[in-house]
Every structure is written in structure tokens, then in C-alpha cells.
Design a protein around this ligand. Structure first.
Ligand SMILES: Cc1ncc(COP(=O)(O)O)c(C=O)c1O
Length: 363
């Protein structure tokens, strides 16, 4: 592979070759023929009813426990509007998803990060925080976390629920990567353990394509009705056309085979990334996830990600800073490697360039 070809370890985007374009085209034709007027008209803010019904059956909940939105991130925005007043405390994992952090900041929440360990949030640190001040919400990504790649253990999930009950706060569980498990067994969702304590978010962005802008939330009917009112006052109704296509694609039973295709495409990319790290950077302490989109690592003591990033550009390697993933201070040595949109050859070459760059910066 040419050293001139740029390699982007920057954004957590799906591989374009995973998009089921022909299936989407067929689904669009059918849904227009069968539900054309409904999906081209305004509708209830909760979302296109057939999609909500399909999601409810899939997730084993009542239809009024599901709302859809234009991607799951905008549902975070509506949840903030409903729950957060300026000065309210919100906890996130540290690191956490930078765009969610931005939304919490936009609502002037006070943000505190709870250190993320390889098996989920540091429970002792959480307990210390709860003794000082109880948050409105704790935002978590329990499965194949963005940006770290960590997955919360079953024991920590149990403890999180107990603490949320004891101290009376909500858990916001964001789970867009959960179904992309390449090996091992999944722990139960927080929502399945305590539906009244948890708002669960997920999305078709990583399963079909970001372009369908189809996210959904599971929660109690009362809370979701309030969030739907915020949605209605914002966009009247979500994108019924794309959600109709998503519905028809799901109705045809195409989700399961697509997930299998995604696993077959992405698992070798994860393995390529882990193998390249073992080979070129054996001293690195990287996360070793069983699924999802991300591996992360801490660069060696004294080596700043910003400096490595600047130097990496000279080798046509594009990296992202770590700072934005940390709600408070930290992240100076944090590096996220999103591997799904790169081929195994590109991944190996990217890690080789990274190792060389780190050596140069340290020299
Ligand atoms: C944890 C997490 N939540 C939400 C999103 C946004 O998803 P959507 O495209 O459904 O808005 C992402 C996208 O990268 C993500 O990583």
C-alpha cells in the first residue's frame, strides 16, 4: 500500500460497502406503494406507527414504550430538554461520546465524569460522587463504548441499577453498538433490568446506514409522551419517509442477515487492528473489545495525543484528539481507533504509521 494514501482513524462511521442499497431501493418502492400517503404526510411525533409496532415486538415492549426520532442523538437532545435545567448535575463515563457531552453542555448541565474501567464505570468513584450529590441522569454506553471500546460487566450493571434505585436518579443507556458483538455473550441491557429507571436508546445508523436517520428510545409511556411533545414542538414529526423505508426493510426480515454480514465484515477488521497493535506497539495498553467500532489506548507517559496527531499528518495518518471525550480534565494521552471503515490492509498500515509516529514524538 502506498505511503501517500491517507488513512483516517478519525470518525466512527460505518463502512460504505456495508450499506444494503438494493434492499433499501426495493423497500422504498414497496412502502411507497403501500403506505405512500402516510409516509409523505405529517404524523404523530412518536413516529410512524408500523415502525413503532415492529420495534415494540422486536424489543418485547408495548408500542407506547417506543418512540422514534431522526437518529438517536437528537433523542438525547429532546431528553435533555425534558429533564435538564441549567445547573443540574449529569454524570457521564470518562471518556464518553463527545457529541452527547456537547448536548449536555448546551443545556448548561454541570457535568462530572466517572472514570471508565475496562469492565464499566468505576463503581467506587460513582458511590463517592453519589454521597456528595445525586445527578438527574447518568449517561452510559454499556456495550462497546464510544470512544473506549469497553463493555460493562453484568455485575456492574446490577450495581448501577441498585444505586439508581437507592439514590433516585435515571440511567440513560445508549446502545447503538450492542448488536455488533463479534464474539462472547452479551450482558442484559440496563433497560431490561429496570425499565422504570432507564431510558434506552438505539439506532439503525450502525445497522443499516446513518442516512436513514432512524433512532429509537424505549422507556415508560409517561416519560416518552413528554419527550414526544418536545419532539413535536421541534419538528412536528420525524422523517416518516425514511422511517417507512426502514420499517419495510425490517418487516422483510432483513435485519438479522444484515447483522450477520456486518459481523463478517467487521470482526476481521477488529482482529487486524488487535494483531497490528500486538505487532507494532506491543507496549501499548489498548482495550480488547469483542465487538463494536472502537479500540482505544493510552499513549506512553509524557506523550501527548495532540503532538502525535500533528506529527502523524506528515505520514498521511489522520487521528482525532482525545480531549473532547472527557467531560472534565484528562484525555491528553487518550487515542481512539475507529477501525470499521478501514480494510484490514489499511488498518495494519495505519497502526504501523502510528507506531513510527509515536517513536518519533518520543525521540
Ligand atoms: C454512543 C453513540 N450514540 C449516538 C450516536 C449517534 O447515532 P445516530 O446516528 O443514531 O444519531 C453515536 C454515533 O456515533 C454514538 O456513538
Amino acid at each position: 500500500m502506498s505511503e501517500l494514501q491517507p488513512i483516517n482513524f478519525t470518525r466512527g462511521i460505518p463502512a460504505v460497502e456495508s450499506f444494503p442499497i438494493d434492499e433499501i431501493q426495493e423497500a422504498a418502492k414497496t412502502v411507497l406503494a403501500q403506505h405512500g400517503a402516510a409516509i409523505l404526510q405529517y404524523g404523530p411525533a412518536q413516529g410512524f406507527a408500523p415502525l413503532r409496532e415492529w420495534l415494540a415486538e422486536w424489543q418485547g415492549v408495548e408500542t407506547n414504550q417506543v418512540i422514534t426520532g431522526n437518529g438517536s442523538l437528537e433523542l438525547v437532545e429532546f431528553i435533555c430538554r425534558h429533564f435538564i435545567q441549567a445547573g443540574d448535575l449529569v454524570l457521564t463515563e470518562a471518556p464518553s461520546y463527545d457529541r452527547a457531552i456537547t448536548l449536555f453542555r448546551r443545556h448548561q448541565a454541570e457535568l462530572i465524569g466517572i472514570a471508565l474501567e475496562p469492565d464499566g464505570p468505576d463503581i467506587a468513584a460513582l458511590e463517592d460522587q453519589l454521597k456528595k450529590r445525586v445527578p438527574k441522569l447518568f449517561y452510559l454506553i454499556p456495550d462497546f463504548q464510544n470512544p473506549a471500546g469497553a463493555t460493562c460487566s453484568a455485575a456492574k450493571r446490577q450495581r448501577l441499577i441498585e444505586l439508581a434505585e437507592q439514590y433516585n436518579f435515571m440511567l440513560l443507556e445508549d446502545a447503538p453498538y450492542r448488536l455488533l458483538r463479534y464474539r462472547g455473550e452479551a450482558a442484559p441491557t440496563l433497560f431490561s433490568m429496570a425499565p422504570h429507571r432507564v431510558l434506552h436508546l438505539s439506532s439503525f445508523t450502525k445497522l443499516i446506514a446513518p442516512g436513514v436517520r432512524a433512532g429509537f428510545a424505549l422507556g415508560t409511556a409517561e416519560t416518552l409522551a413528554k419527550i414526544a411533545k418536545v419532539a413535536e414542538d421541534t419538528y412536528i414529526s420525524p422523517g416518516y419517509f425514511a422511517h417507512g423505508v426502514t420499517y419495510e426493510w425490517c418487516r422483510r426480515g432483513l435485519l438479522e442477515p444484515q447483522i450477520e454480514r456486518l459481523k463478517a465484515l467487521y470482526a476481521p477488521r477488529l482482529d487486524a487492528c488487535l494483531a497490528a497493535l500486538d505487532h507494532y506497539m506491543p507496549e501499548a495498553t489498548a482495550t480488547r473489545p469483542d465487538g463494536g467500532f472502537f479500540i482505544s489506548m493510552s499513549l506512553p507517559e509524557g506523550t501527548q495525543t495532540t503532538a502525535v496527531r500533528k506529527q502523524a499528518v506528515k505520514r498521511n495518518l489522520n487521528l482525532a484528539d482525545g480531549l473532547a471525550f472527557f467531560p472534565n480534565a484528562g484525555g491528553e494521552r487518550f487515542l481512539r481507533l475507529p477501525y470499521c471503515a478501514l480494510t484490514p490492509v489499511e488498518i495494519e498500515e495505519g497502526v504501523r504509521r502510528l507506531a513510527k509516529t509515536v517513536q518519533e514524538v518520543r525521540a
